[in-house]
Design a protein around this ligand. Structure first.
Ligand code: NAD
Length: 482
């Protein structure tokens, strides 16, 4: 359903909505027309948010309250997100270009994160360590303090909730920096947080430039933890900044993930997985299936089937729920287009697509499938972050593993086979934080997610993620025996 969109949006600092001296225009990627403006936070706003979070963290409002109280807050946030889902999805679809159904799923997923972590916020239990007579020893988990969370534009609402929910569950105060290209959906998310009545300063939202506000937040001594989701170069710059105060960090970076397909793969399952794996959200997914390694015996058959499927995808504006939506910006379109042209120059064959959809005013890239790709080509080594699939043939299992593991990334990997022994062998040998068997994107908010190598470190999602937001403290006590 259509919703009216406010013409100007604000940042949320210390429990209040705050305007700025500067503003940023947010465009609709499907039309390149402006959707609204948002106050652009500056360094003073960043300091204001850090102080508010610091005060909240130090006053112990979140950390010292009974965990059962945090459970109630998280459940209230989830309920408020569900109540705002229709409106939030409309805003997110307009500013981001994504399909309305996917924007809606993001809000539902965001609510699920708060419900999930509400379920374990009162179960963060330490252990008792046996030291023999004369000692009592136990551990407790303490919140980090102020968690700074830098969010990318591809799934801003669900990625924000993914880190914010466990951070609040563990008793941290949070400063979120929203992405410049898609910040409005997060304002709707924070309206839900405002309505849930959290202590002031517990959750703050800033839309600022990465090179200015982002850089300030990650290099501040007031920041106790950095959670970054975004590109490798930005992650590297943030790690360098974090080194100054030895600030602990979680890095969720990019990927060049491969699905390995054997001749006994179920074709229907495979094609459905390729469709969502590389064309969902126009391929702007860190865990996209950007490489398809196909056994040579079925290579030509699979190339033809995938090309047919990709060529039949219908493009359109997100609100019409098409198969295929635009890229986020003109800059991103030019980048993806240039990578495709370079692939063709290197000898790859575009069996479908390979260029922008020139007849449209928005930032539409053709769904693209490359065959004849060699493992060392740029198109097989670098993250495209667009609807571009590179198909590479292999002859043996050994060779498939070598190609799959042959990039600097290691986010996800997949295996398509009916042979359980082969599947299990490969799950052990593939270098990735998670492996899908016979369904790309299997798993959910309950399953730990994170990378290896340049894909980053630390785990989000699942129970394990909660422990990214606490420090262990050990208490050792000498007990008099008389
Ligand atoms: P990006 O690195 O350009 O920006 C991410 C965020 O970092 C933005 O909010 C930006 O303003 C901020 N930023 C930029 N420079 C900064 C600096 N010096 N200090 C602090 N913050 C700074 O990434 P993007 O283009 O928004 O997102 C796409 C990338 O994100 C892709 O590489 C994708 O693979 C990755 N990604 C990873 C995951 C994951 O979970 N592993 C999820 C989504 C996206």
């Amino acid at each position: 359903m259509k919703h009216a969109i406010a013409s100007h949006w604000l940042n949320f600092i210390d429990g209040a909505w705050v305007d700025g001296e500067r503003a940023l225009t947010v465009d609709n990627p499907a039309t390149a027309e402006p959707v609204a403006s948002i106050a652009l936070a500056g360094i003073a706003d960043a300091e204001h948010a850090l102080e508010a979070a610091r005060h909240c963290a130090d006053s112990g409002w979140l950390s010292a309250c009974r965990p059962a109280q945090r459970v109630q807050w998280l459940l209230r946030i989830a309920a408020e997100i569900r109540a705002l889902t229709d409106e939030g999805a409309w805003v997110l679809c307009q500013e981001n270009g994504k399909a309305l159904r996917d924007a809606r799923d993001e809000f539902v997923e965001a609510a699920r994160y708060f419900e999930y972590y509400a379920g374990i916020a009162d179960k963060v239990e330490g252990i008792s360590v046996p030291l023999g007579n004369g000692y009592v020893d136990f551990t407790s988990y303490e919140p980090m303090g102020v968690s700074v969370q830098i969010v990318p534009w591809n799934f801003p609402v669900s990625i924000c909730a993914r880190s914010l929910a466990p951070a609040l569950a563990a008793g941290n105060a949070v400063v979120v920096k929203s992405p410049e290209l898609s910040p409005l959906g997060l304002c709707v998310l924070f309206r839900a947080i405002e309505r849930a009545g959290l202590p002031r300063g517990a959750a703050n939202l800033l839309c600022g430039l990465g090179s200015e506000v982002g850089a300030h937040l990650v290099s501040s001594q007031k920041t106790d933890q950095i959670v970054f989701t975004g590109s490798v170069p930005t992650g590297q710059a943030i790690l360098a900044a974090a080194a100054r105060w030895a600030t602990p960090s979680v890095m969720e970076l990019g990927g060049k993930s491969a699905a390995v397909v054997f001749p006994d793969a179920d074709r229907e399952q495979l094609l459905a997985s390729v469709k969502s794996g590389i064309f969902f959200n126009a391929g702007q997914v860190c865990s996209a299936m950007s490489r398809l390694l196909v056994h040579r015996d079925i290579h030509d058959e699979i190339v033809a089937a995938v090309a047919d499927m990709a060529g039949a995808l219908e493009s359109g504006a997100g609100e019409d729920d098409p198969d295929h939506t635009p890229l986020i910006s003109h800059g991103q379109l030019e980048r993806v287009q240039a990578m495709c042209h370079a692939a063709i120059a290197e000898g790859a064959e575009a069996v479908t697509g390979g260029d922008r959809q020139g007849e449209r005013s928005g930032h539409f890239m053709q769904p693209t499938v490359f065959a004849g790709v060699r493992p060392q080509m740029k198109i097989a080594q670098e993250e495209v972050f667009g609807p571009v699939l590179a198909i590479i043939p292999f002859d043996t299992e050994e060779e498939a593993v070598e190609i799959a593991n042959g990039t600097a990334f290691g986010l996800v990997a997949g295996v398509f086979t009916q042979d359980i022994n082969r599947a299990l062998r490969l799950t052990r040998r593939l270098r990735a934080g998670q492996v899908f068997v016979n369904e790309w994107y299997a798993g959910g908010i309950e399953t730990p997610f994170g990378g290896v190598g340049l894909s980053g470190f630390g785990r989000e999602k699942g129970q394990e993620a909660l422990y990214s937001y606490v420090r262990t403290k050990n208490v050792a006590i000498r007990v008099r025996q008389d």
